[in-house]
Each structure stands twice: as structure tokens, then as C-alpha cells.
Write a protein that binds this ligand. Structure first.
Ligand code: TYD
Ligand code: MG
Length: 468
């Protein structure tokens, strides 16, 4: 008998290799290539003769839709990120670090839905029934009608799901534990995960059930194992958060049926995750208003404004090479702001200063509009002058030092006013400034304007620099 051909698959990115290697050429990761049997269905092709195809009935776009296409949980932060509830017949992937709260939020969602008379099945492959029950008790969900199973075999799960009334929502916790008889590889390998996920997606499409899949994330921030899973599902949510802080952020990364830039904010309590309706208050909670180097950024997350504090520290270095450390922001962007400050504003950081940048509360900013807040925090720390406590900053900085306008000005200012900020520093070319606000807006044309404003004059800043 001919020897079955094997293939080598990178467990990180799914790239196929003809032989084993220490480093994957696809993603550059080391020690991620594992030998797998191709019968799992990637590239290897079918081993049996293909059966004759059966024609399917073609249909029209207009037609009856049986149920409401979305299932709302009533947990508004969760409904916000999904775009108004779970979509029937779709597969949603929830990724996140182990222990971040994926099982918790999904158990809460399951309980909420079953209280709304939906049939919900929770399949746990990671925890025993007793552990899941214990969590449900802690969440006050033990009295809900969520149906529970501890199972990892795909065929058994599918057989269970097709019994009885069609479920409205099925939660699979997690895809890394799924294994199928049809693939010969070990559980947790790319082939097994992919086969399992494919089967669950097919089940969702065929029955109109909403399927939620849980996936763990590796330290690089990718869904562990196959990145391909992200392409297969209809929506991907990431659960983020910092171990040192209580709040958690659910972020949409991909959504075929809704927005992709929304976040849902939760706080982890001893009785599960609580919704945080006004995240700005949370992120500004521990502010020290008198210290130099802190600027409040008026940001946007999807449709919602969000205020966060940006902290900078410029300090003499004790090392040969000065350090640039960033938490919660893009380090390349920090280098850019520093370069613009040096080139156009006469701010000399030079060889002798470490620069640290931190976004308060462990939050991550992705908007370029934070440039102006970052620059303000840097200049404030360098000059040793605290910024006004009731002022917010936003605007994008270009390489020429110009301050460019950003979208949603009115919303940012409204949120700032609501939280007691009466001043704002913003781009001069802003066209949608509100007419009737009672705040004071200072429009900046370029970064040197900002530096001059903070330091009184640019020369004062240079002199203090030279005096050192
Ligand atoms: P869990 O949902 O099990 O994480 P994941 O499924 O993402 O691996 O959450 C585990 C953490 O949450 C654990 O550290 C304990 C904490 N937790 C609370 O603080 N309060 C609670 O009510 C629950 C259920 C968990
Ligand atoms: Mg879990």
C-alpha cells in the first residue's frame, strides 16, 4: 500500500510546508510547524471518489424570513458590539487571553437569552459540568434554562444539537478542544480546529442557529492555532483587558452584519461582568490633575466618544541608548511625534532623555487623533508644567508639524463638556465646531503653536533645556 503522504502545517498561521523546518516562512514564528495527516481536508483533497452532485433548489432574494434575524441579549454593551444582537445562521468568534472572562460573558449572555425564552445550548470542552454550574451560581444564572453539555467530539456535539427543537444559540467553549473523527491529527492542531469550526459553521448555516465559538489567543494576539478561523466566521470579537485592572473591553474586529469599530466596556466584579455605560468616567477616575505630563484625550470608539488620560514622562537616562517605552499606543507613532517636536518645534530631547508614554487604565488607543494629546503630554513633562485640568486635546499631527482636523468634533466636545471639561485644544481647520457651546476652544494650526501655548514661549522651553 502506498504510504499516506503527510504534510507540515504551521500552527500559528496555517501555512503548508513540504518538510519540517524550525522557522515558518509564512509568519516568521519558530517551532510552530507540526506534521499532520492531510485527510483533514486542507489541500490534500478527498481520499474517496467524489460522489455525484445533487442539484440544489435555486431561490430568490425576496422571500419569507421566519424569525427576527437577530437575537438581542439585553446586555447592551454586548448587543452594541455585535451590531444589535447575535445573527441567526451566523458564526461568531470570541477571542481573548485565557482567564480574561470569555466564558463569563457568554454564560451571562446565555442566561439572559434563555430568560427571554430562547433555547440556548452551552457546550463546554474545557470545564466539567460542575465547574460550569459553579460559575453559573456565582453569576446568579443557575435558575435559567440554559442547556449544558461537556463534550469535545464534533460528531457527538452535532448529533446532540440536531435532537429536539432547533436551538437559537449554541456556545462552543472552546474551539481548541474540538476534535473530529474525520481528521487524524491530535486535538488542538490546525487541522482539527479547522475541521471542527467548519462543521459548526455548516450547522449554523443549515439550521439558522447562531453559533458562538470561543478561541484562545496566543501571546502575539492571534487566535491560537489557525488565523484561518478568522476568515471562516462571520464576525470576530476580541476580549481585551489588563490583569491589573477590573475592566474588560469587547472589541469588534470583523463583522459581516454590523459595525467593526465598536467597543463594549465591562467591569469584572465578584458576581460577573457588569456593563459600564459611561466608560470615560471609569478611565478618568484616578486622575492626578496637578502633575505635569498628563493630557486628556477626547477620543472616539465607533459611535461613542471616550475620554482617556495620556501620561508622558521625559527623564534623563542612565543608559547609553535612551529608552522609548510605550503602553497603550503605537511606538512608531511616538517616534514620529518626537521627531516632529525636534524638527519643527525646537524641542531638544536628544540623546539624554528616556521617554515613557502610558495610556491610563491599560486602555489601547488606535486613533491618530491622539497625536495632539500625546504631544501635549510630552511637552508638559519636558517643561515641568502641568496642563490645565479642565482641558481636552485631540487632532492629528502631520510630519510637517501641521495639526490636521479629525472627525466627530461635536461629539468629542459634548462628551468633554458633560464630564466637566470647559476647554479644548483642537485643529484649526475644524469645520464642524458647535456654535452654541459654552466651552473655550483653542484652535491650533501647527505643533509649534501648541508648544508655545504650553511653555508660555518656545524660548523659555529652550532656555530651561540649556540650563540643564
Ligand atoms: P473566565 O470567564 O473563566 O475566563 P476565560 O473563559 O476567558 O478563560 O474568567 C475567569 C476570570 O474571571 C477568573 O480570573 C475569575 C474571574 N471572575 C471574577 O472575577 N468574577 C466572576 O464572577 C467570575 C465568574 C469570574
Ligand atoms: Mg473559559
Amino acid at each position: 500500500m502506498a504510504k499516506a503522504r503527510t504534510q507540515f502545517v504551521c500552527q500559528n498561521c496555517g501555512t503548508l510546508h513540504s518538510r519540517w523546518a524550525g522557522k515558518c516562512e509564512g509568519c516568521g514564528e519558530w517551532n510552530t510547524i507540526i506534521e499532520e495527516d492531510p485527510t483533514g481536508g486542507i489541500g490534500g483533497g478527498p481520499t474517496r471518489a467524489p460522489k455525484k452532485g445533487r442539484p440544489v433548489a435555486l431561490t430568490t432574494l425576496s422571500g419569507e424570513i421566519e424569525d427576527a434575524p437577530r437575537i438581542e441579549t439585553g446586555i447592551s454593551e454586548l448587543d452594541r458590539v455585535t451590531g444589535g444582537g447575535f445573527v441567526r445562521g451566523s458564526a461568531l468568534l470570541v477571542g481573548g487571553d485565557p482567564g480574561i472572562g470569555k466564558s463569563t460573558v457568554l454564560m451571562q449572555a446565555a442566561a439572559a437569552l434563555s430568560r427571554r425564552k430562547h433555547r440556548v445550548i452551552y457546550v463546554s470542552g474545557e470545564e466539567a459540568i460542575a465547574q460550569v454550574r459553579l460559575r453559573a451560581q456565582r453569576l446568579g444564572a443557575a435558575d435559567s434554562d440554559v442547556l449544558l453539555a461537556a463534550e469535545t467530539n464534533v460528531e457527538d456535539i452535532l448529533a446532540t444539537l440536531s435532537e429536539g427543537k432547533r436551538p437559537d444559540l449554541v456556545i462552543i467553549d472552546s474551539i481548541q478542544t474540538l476534535w473530529s473523527d474525520t481528521a487524524d491529527s491530535a486535538p488542538g492542531t490546525v487541522t482539527q480546529v479547522r475541521t471542527g469550526v467548519q462543521a459548526m459553521i455548516r450547522f449554523a448555516k443549515q439550521t439558522g442557529t447562531a453559533v458562538v465559538l470561543v478561541g484562545h489567543v496566543t501571546k502575539e494576539g492571534q487566535i491560537a492555532g489557525p488565523r484561518v478561523v478568522e476568515h471562516m466566521v462571520d464576525a470576530v470579537l476580541y476580549f481585551e483587558g489588563d490583569r491589573g485592572h477590573h475592566y474588560r473591553i469587547l472589541r469588534t474586529v470583523k463583522n459581516r452584519f454590523g459595525p467593526t469599530d465598536e467597543i463594549g466596556v465591562f467591569e469584572m466584579s465578584d458576581r460577573g461582568l457588569r456593563e459600564v455605560a459611561n466608560p470615560s468616567e471609569l478611565f478618568l477616575g484616578e486622575r492626578n490633575e496637578k502633575s505635569p505630563g498628563a493630557a486628556v484625550f477626547a477620543g472616539m470608539e465607533g459611535t461613542r466618544p471616550l475620554l482617556v488620560e495620556v501620561q508622558a514622562l521625559v527623564a534623563p537616562t542612565s543608559l547609553g541608548t535612551p529608552r522609548r517605552a510605550v503602553v497603550g499606543w503605537d511606538s512608531a507613532r511616538l517616534s514620529m511625534i518626537l521627531a516632529v517636536l525636534e524638527a519643527h518645534c525646537g524641542v531638544r530631547l536628544g540623546q539624554h532623555d528616556d521617554v515613557y508614554l502610558n495610556v491610563a487604565g491599560g486602555y489601547r488607543i488606535s486613533e491618530p487623533a491622539a497625536d495632539l494629546a500625546v504631544a501635549s503630554a510630552l511637552v508638559s513633562s519636558l517643561a515641568g508644567l502641568a496642563l490645565p485640568a479642565d482641558c481636552v486635546y485631540f487632532g492629528e499631527v502631520s510630519l510637517s508639524g501641521a495639526v490636521r482636523p479629525v472627525a466627530h468634533t461635536a461629539q468629542r466636545l459634548k462628551e468633554a463638556e458633560k464630564l466637566g471639561f470647559s476647554q479644548a485644544v483642537l485643529p484649526s481647520a475644524t469645520t464642524d465646531l458647535p456654535k452654541n457651546g459654552n466651552g473655550r476652544w483653542s484652535e491650533m494650526e501647527s505643533l509649534p503653536d501648541l508648544v508655545a501655548r504650553i511653555a508660555g514661549s518656545r524660548r523659555a522651553l529652550q532656555q530651561s533645556d540649556e540650563a540643564e
